[in-house]
Design a protein around this ligand. Structure first.
Ligand SMILES: [Zn+2]
Length: 405
């Protein structure tokens, strides 16, 4: 069976070392290269959609998380506070929302700035029990693709629909195939903040935004502060989890006393929309490793092109082409040791999308023969043409390894 933990080890994407701690995986160079490409893509997608990125620390004063309600409602899932002195306690944050509320509150806000979309790919921590931890799918240190969109109440419906559109765009580029949409609402036996009218209003808004989308309602799956839309995935073992989410929150703007000046000069309370397009990098990659069986689309493959000189005479030509590929923005390597057959098999094992073979003729006339990961081979072509071909596929973020004819 496909298991991202085994593939992650075979492809040297990440390692879990008991000395570092369970649920605290370390991303190796190949995994980090793939993740970096995905992070760059997500930031660019958000920037083009009007998001503004911030940085905030994964640690904050105890009082910040008392104010946000996390210590009152969510303490069981948090690491215990760290005491620095009698009146100075810090906690590892379980969410980014409190810091982003402070970004909104950093100065007076006008209705003209709304929706104000504050994004961050930031660290947060959950005190998961060691029994449930495994690979990248359940971790204690989480790198979340997060944003908080501060809206006027009448903007919320359009904002949620635009977020659902962005989620669809990101999923298409990454190769995520959602198993379904879920409207997570209140349920019996759970504690929630806020009044019934506010909850009913928020649930109706999300229901309206899901118009035309096939979604199931899930009682009891709401966040403690509001209902949410969850986009679900299923892993190779059949376990369902949430990858993307859109949550409405009327509670934190109250707790942090957030307000903006409306067009008539009055003070108004914004609505806070918590959203993640692709979830945490850890859960996303646990899924992507399995769904692609390690053969990522070329644009986020750790090594995009591997250059193989047939023998020692072409090593210099291979190194030159490798530098040209790197200068063109591609991730390239040379593999010069051992038999050609063994090196081709190793490239296939590593799921490298393009292998460039250089023999005497190619070294002499400045060409290269490309072999694609799916078994197709191309006639020798000038090196610049080969780099252009790979560059075009990478830039298009296509799943196919040849540009459209
Ligand atoms: Zn949040």
């Amino acid at each position: 069976m496909i298991d991202h933990r085994r593939l992650g080890r075979d492809l040297e994407l990440f390692v879990s070392d008991p000395l570092a701690g369970a649920g605290l995986p370390i991303w190796l160079p190949a995994g980090a290269a793939a993740r970096h490409a995905v992070e760059e893509y997500v930031r660019e997608l958000e920037r083009r959609a009007g998001y503004r990125h911030v940085y905030s620390p994964p640690l904050g004063k105890r009082e910040l998380f008392e104010r946000s309600g996390h210590l009152g409602w969510f303490a069981d899932d948090m690491f215990p506070p760290m005491r620095l002195s009698a009146d100075d306690e810090f906690v590892l944050r379980p969410a980014l929302c409190p810091h982003h509320a402070l970004v909104f509150a950093a100065r007076g806000r006008s209705y003209r700035e709304l929706p104000l979309r504050i994004a961050e790919l930031g660290g947060m921590y959950r005190a998961e029990r060691s029994g449930v931890l495994g690979g990248l799918s359940r971790v204690r240190a989480i790198s979340l693709n997060d944003a908080h969109n501060f809206c006027a109440p009448e903007q919320v419906g359009a904002e949620v629909r635009e977020i659902l559109r962005l989620i669809g765009e990101a999923h298409a580029a990454l190769g995520v195939r959602p198993a379904g949409f879920r409207l997570s609402v209140r349920g019996p036996g759970q504690r929630y903040v806020g009044d019934d009218a506010g909850w009913a209003r928020a649930e109706d808004l999300l229901r309206a935004a899901l118009d035309g989308v096939d979604a199931v309602e899930a009682p009891g799956e709401a966040a403690f502060y509001g209902p949410k839309i969850d986009v679900q995935i299923v892993d190779a073992a059949g376990r369902e989890s949430t990858i993307s989410t859109v949550q409405l929150d009327f509670d934190k703007p109250e707790r942090f006393d957030l307000s903006y000046t409306d067009s008539d000069g009055s003070r108004k309370r914004p609505v806070m929309v918590h959203r993640s397009l692709v979830g945490s990098m850890e859960r996303l990659f646990a899924y992507l490793i399995e769904v692609h069986e390690g053969a990522f689309p070329a644009w986020y493959a750790p090594v995009q092109v591997l250059l193989l000189p047939i023998d020692d005479a072409q090593v210099d030509a291979a190194r030159r082409l490798c530098r040209e590929a790197e200068a063109a923005g591609l991730r390239a390597e040379v593999d010069a040791g051992g038999s050609l057959g063994a090196r081709i098999r190793d490239a296939a094992r590593r799921r490298i999308p393009y292998v460039g073979v250089l023999g005497d003729r190619e070294a002499a006339d400045g060409s290269v023969s490309l072999r694609l990961r799916d078994g197709r081979g191309l006639d020798p072509m000038p090196r610049a043409d080969a780099l252009r071909l790979i560059g075009a596929v990478v830039a298009s973020r296509s799943a196919d390894l040849l540009p459209p004819a």
